[in-house]
Design a binder for this molecule. Structure first.
Ligand SMILES: [Zn+2]
Length: 87
């Protein structure tokens, strides 16, 4: 199992790649989906519980991540460590 910091780093790398991809394909948006609870992070960076992946239009691309609630639940020590470091 990966640590929370590793997941955050991977998420940051994914977001960098997403930004590069968006520069290439400006007609499509990419939003994150939590790997644990399936909540979605909208294009403004807020995690939404109301949205379901099947409600996402086909022109939107999904990328896996982890929401703060699941990070706290599944990686409590790493979550607290990351919070104290301001990650
Ligand atoms: Zn979650």
């Amino acid at each position: 199992m990966r640590s929370y910091v590793e997941v955050v780093n991977m998420t940051n790398e994914i977001q960098d790649l997403q930004a590069i991809y968006q520069e290439i394909d400006n007609e499509k948006d990419i939003i994150s989906i939590c790997s644990f609870c399936q909540n979605l992070k909208d294009t403004e960076g807020k995690w939404q519980e109301e949205l379901h992946p099947f409600q996402i239009p086909p022109e939107i691309l999904l990328s896996h991540g982890i929401c703060p609630r699941c990070a706290k639940k599944y990686y409590p020590r790493e979550y607290q460590r990351a919070i104290s470091k301001g990650i």
